[in-house]
Design a protein around this ligand. Sequence first.
Ligand code: BTN
Length: 336
Amino acid sequence: MTGKAKRQASAGSSRDAMLAFLKDRRGEWVSGQILAERTAMTRAAVWKRIGVLREAGYGIEAVTRKGYRLQEIPDRLLPSEISDGLKTRIMGRGEIRHLEEAASTNQTAKEMAISGAPEGSLVVAEAQSWGRGRLDRCWFSPAGQGIYASLIIRPPLPPSEASRLVLLTAVAVAEALRETTGLAATIKWPNDILVGGRKMAGILTELAMEMDAVNYMVIGLGLNVNIDEAAFPAEFRSAATSVLLETGVPFSRVLLLRRFLEAFENRYLLFRESGFAPILARWKTLTDMTGRQVTVQTVGGSYRGKVAGFDGDGFLILRDEKGGKLRLVSGDVQMV
Ligand code: BTN
């Protein structure tokens, strides 16, 4: 991590008293003396901290005999912004590592998990140079326009049940989008998030196991927030969409990410307490695939047929053209 990234990360690991004070008085002048008193810092430490916040993108004016005035909060996925007002106990409560550019946030999160990062630790990046999707595809990750985030969890589960968390994550993303933007987000099995038939978000989960238990899982979320149509590479344009494209207005990435963390925690605690059935029931209300003709690309080959439904493990039941039934664990679905 660079010195700058380190300072940004530590700036947000707990609610920052000085930033909170300035935010409560946004647009007003606050003297250095008052800031020092209220935050139990020296005047010199206040000045230093102002410098760090400015470096992270906060627009703070400083004028002799007037003091400091917060004018602008940056549109960046800063830890201090993500944690401010976040209503979770676990998710986003470990380390939040913010990177200007990651190769892949999943890769960074795996390294953190191996070094012992606790459940709920999070990696966010403004851009990715090697954003990865399912089936070895790449994930378009332009700077400042999307959410590229990877969450570390340590569920006490056998690896055979890890795919349940994939469906759970899709529920959380769809719920966060519906609640924040009002868009009718749906789920394409197992975990693509669509709006109007086009993909708005994707999830890449990766897992490490020890003996017969999950050691850690990395939940990677890519969400197209403020990406304009022309910005999408030609090969994605007809199949992809963004919050901006669907609503016509730009949205706060921080707010969306916070809602995702809250929805995820909510569903995760329900899963830990009551098992998979209530999660699957909710997942089913968010998909409109049953009865549709599809082709499913799996590692074992490609299958065509009608979606008969989903079983208790969340596997897709496909009725093929000869009337036979197939139970598919994972794959990439194309509606036909
Ligand atoms: C998909 O193919 O639908 C999954 C896309 C997942 C993209 C996200 S962006 C953050 C995280 N880091 C990655 O490299 N991939 C995931």
